[in-house]
Write a protein that binds this ligand. Sequence first.
Ligand code: ZN
Ligand code: ZN
Length: 162
Amino acid sequence: MQLEGSCHCGAVRFRVEAQSPVPFMHCHCSICRKTAGSGGFAINLGARAATLKVRGERHLGRYHALIREPGQRTRRSKAERRFCLRCGSALWLFDPRWPDLVHPHASAIDTPLPKPAEVVEAALAYVPKWVDVPRGKGHVHCRQWPAESLEDWHRRHRVLSE
Ligand SMILES: [Zn+2]
Ligand SMILES: [Zn+2]
């Protein structure tokens, strides 16, 4: 599925081919909440890095999250979070360990996205008390991240875009 996206101020626009365009995974981790925190979670999609075309590249910022865990030295995440330097919108995440993939934030996508049949509430170990995590039918709860990849989820639900 061809996706078009932009930041809020319009300085950055992009398009990309997504094989995993269904916004089914709410990430409640503290990095997503702080850097992209609509409602206390962010949603990543799966797309093909080689097809990413960007306009306004000079307005892009890059952030490698610092991961602080009790009893461990602060680590710098290998993943690059790209955002607009003018308006701060979170745009996508790229991780050089998986160079074929890029993960646009659903919040940055202007193309209408399909509604997921099931939503995974992920990284609940990091959720603060004030976030009202949806429960019940259609919501799967996960303390960390599901073992199933974005792509495998799409395959299981037969919504993989080839
Ligand atoms: Zn912007
Ligand atoms: Zn996250």
